[in-house]
Write a protein of this length. Structure first.
Length: 370
């Protein structure tokens, strides 16, 4: 049901809350300024106070905000966005670190990478690849729950000395449900007890057929510890991306998803946003969940400021008025009024949902990915 607080109603009419309360009292209802009233009552109040009422259907508020179509001719290739999954201790964090570190060292010597929740590296073939590096955070779960698809490819890490384990199987199922292709990274091949053949056979039992066994799933034997075959893994990702023919329109206004967000003491709310379509520019008005802001600065994973960020590029966004949540979808809007309309609507929705739900559950996916 559509509702509004008395405060919000008063604000929208530029009336005093007390006048609204007084009017409701005349009709026999006692209210506080923070009380929620239904849309019909709100309409009566507004009309009584001489305001023209335009009822906006709930679904209209976000109309045109996301997924508006692009012209085929505007689409250009974009980098793949990769998430690493696998059983605990199979080497997800080590692999993410190794890939990032290898790239930083080869790029600018001694460059300090900062953790922003996602990073981009260059594959040996020269093409960029974006990694979401907060597997353990609630981000992935939250994103999927909200219908935001941020991952193009899942790299499934399986330790060669341990084989397929329960969370490996879960990851396979999740990737399948999300219709995201897998690339298998058989990790820890440096270990004397590594048995990559066993991993292949076990994967087969879960309908993952790797290339060397006649299947279609790319597989690379790696060692995160010894930084072995990381280039081959990146090449495999690029190859898979080519098959997927990933494209986006960089010329439209930006859409994306919040990967991570926090309140920084000095800088205020800081959100890592993965841009998915369009180009995000400094000065853009953005909404994310129930928050909005004007982009004050954009920083990449090396801490360098940027003027803009195109498709598949992860950036830290400064300028939000409040801290959005991981998984919130981001969109650029044309005016402050629109930003307020959307975020106020979402704020109301959040309150309603929280009231209806009570507690919140924790998904196994977030555990699996840590
Ligand atoms: P996660 O739980 O999947 O993130 O796994 P971690 O990256 O934390 O790794 C778990 C353990 O395996 C750590 O002690 C790592 O040092 C070790 N490890 C990760 N990759 C390799 C590898 O390629 N070879 C060997 N020998 N050990 C590894
Ligand atoms: Mg880890």
């Amino acid at each position: 049901p559509e509702t509004i607080t008395i405060q919000e109603l008063a604000n929208r009419m530029s009336e005093r809350g007390v006048d609204v309360i007084r009017l409701l009292m005349k009709q026999g209802a006692m209210h506080k300024i923070t009380d929620v009233i239904d849309a019909d009552t709100a309409q009566l109040v507004a009309e009584e106070l001489g305001h023209a009422v335009k009822r906006v259907a709930e679904s209209d508020v976000e109309e045109g905000l996301f997924d508006t179509p692009d012209l085929e001719s505007d689409l250009v290739s974009r980098p793949p966005v990769v998430t690493i999954m696998g059983h605990v201790d199979h080497g997800k964090t080590s692999l993410l670190d190794a890939i990032r570190h290898a790239n930083v060292v080869s790029g600018e010597a001694g460059g300090i990478t900062q953790h922003i929740g996602a990073y981009q590296v260059t594959a040996p073939n020269g093409l960029p690849v974006t990694f979401i590096d907060t597997p353990g955070h609630a981000a992935f779960t939250a994103m999927r729950a909200r219908g935001a698809k941020v991952t193009d490819i899942v790299v499934l890490v399986v330790a060669a000395d341990d084989g397929v384990m329960p969370q490996t199987i879960e990851a396979i199922h999740h990737a399948r449900a999300a219709k995201v292709p897998l690339i298998v990274a058989i990790n820890k091949i440096d270990k004397p007890d590594a048995r990559p053949e066993r991993v292949r056979t076990e994967l087969l039992q879960h309908e993952v057929q790797v290339e060397s066994m006649g299947g279609e799933t790319l597989e690379i034997e790696v060692s995160a510890k010894q930084k072995l075959n990381l280039d081959k893994l990146l090449d495999a990702i690029s190859l898979q991306a080519e098959v997927l023919d990933l494209k986006a329109n960089p010329t439209r206004s930006a859409e994306g998803t919040v990967i991570e967000a926090r309140l920084d003491k000095g800088r205020g709310p800081v959100a890592t946003v993965l841009v998915q379509r369009g180009t995000l520019d400094v000065g853009d008005l953005v909404v994310a969940g129930a928050q909005w802001g004007k982009v004050r600065a954009l920083l990449d994973d090396q801490g360098q400021t940027r003027q803009d960020a195109g498709p598949s590029f992860p950036v830290e966004v400064l300028g939000f008025s409040g801290t959005p949540e991981a998984g919130d979808r981001v969109a650029v809007v044309e005016s402050e009024a629109r930003a307020r309309e959307i975020t106020e609507y979402r704020e109301r929705q959040k309150r309603d949902q929280a009231a209806a739900r009570g507690g919140s559950g924790r998904s196994s996916l977030s555990d699996m990915m840590s």
